[in-house]
Design a binder for this molecule. Structure first.
Ligand SMILES: [Zn+2]
Length: 283
């Protein structure tokens, strides 16, 4: 069941939720104008709409040269996977240019659906949500939306006896503070994005998830690390927890607190009946 959202006189798309449709209908003119003016607004309220036709508002940042964009295949969105690139580069647009918006004729070309900037928390959607992205080298590629949170620039990834860790650049105390601010930002934006995606795709962040392999998983939102460690359905990576763990108990960064925060965001939405305008995320 869909509710009409009128983007302009000739263009109607559908949204699964009447309150969101109402919000969009009331604000779409203003939103559209601001999209046109502000090239750095990357995620539009229209993305709440389920249908691909809504995406013309946001295609500006799509990784149009990536294999996953050029040769798309649709997926049923069953969940969300969190990543960090594990490289000290906070700038999302640079990261998109460097790693995603280029062509290689291989199904295994890496891509995510969204990249979150470490300097300002902005979210850049680079692939339609229901297109397959090759992001974890496992079956979750065909079922999960991938969200990449850029790393702080003040760290280095280290390898010790096969274990990946993090050191802070000198002076370490200053770097620690700066890096923590980046992680606060990307964590917060990722929560907001996941609230929107859960509403959009009717996902329960505290419920059980399903994979494209038909198996049931304990969580709808997984980290790359969880997908590998618990299910071996992804490559052997530790993101994003390797980064989060560098802050120890100073911050409650872990997948359970993340899922909890998303559930709280959805409850807020249900209580107020008002969607956090996604175009505002990170701004
Ligand atoms: Zn990853």
């Amino acid at each position: 069941m869909g509710y009409d959202v009128r983007i302009d006189g000739s263009f109607v798309c559908s949204c699964s939720d009447s309150k969101t449709a109402e919000f969009l209908n009331e604000n779409i003119e203003r939103l559209y104008e601001s999209f046109q003016k502000n090239s750095d607004i990357s995620v539009s309220a229209a993305e709440l709409c389920k249908y691909v036709s809504a995406l013309y508002l946001t295609k500006r940042y799509f990784a149009v040269n990536n294999y996953n964009y050029k040769k798309p295949s649709k997926i049923n969105v069953e969940g969300i996977m969190l990543h960090s690139p594990a490289a000290p580069r906070p700038d999302a647009l640079q990261e998109i240019k460097r790693d995603f918006n280029k062509y290689k004729d291989a199904k295994e070309t890496a891509c995510t659906h969204a990249v979150i900037d470490g300097n300002n928390g902005r979210i850049f959607q680079i692939l339609p949500w229901n297109w397959r992205a090759y992001h974890c080298a496992g079956s979750f590629n065909s079922s999960h939306i991938a969200v990449d949170m850029c790393d702080p620039g003040e760290i280095k990834y280290t390898k010790n006896n096969g274990r990946t860790g993090i050191v802070f650049n000198e002076p370490a105390d200053k770097s620690y503070e700066k890096a923590r601010a980046v992680v606060d930002r990307t964590f917060d934006s990722a929560v907001k994005l996941c609230v929107a995606l859960c509403i959009m795709f009717n996902l329960n962040p505290l419920g059980k998830g399903k994979g494209a392999d038909g198996k049931e998983y304990p969580n709808v939102i997984l980290s790359h690390r969880e997908a590998y460690v618990n299910f071996k359905s992804a490559s052997n990576h530790g993101d994003p927890e390797t980064l989060w763990n560098a802050f120890g108990s100073d911050r409650n960064y872990n997948m359970d607190s993340f899922r909890e925060a998303v559930a709280n965001g959805i409850n807020e939405y249900k209580k107020s009946g008002y969607f956090i305008p996604i175009h505002m995320i990170g701004r």
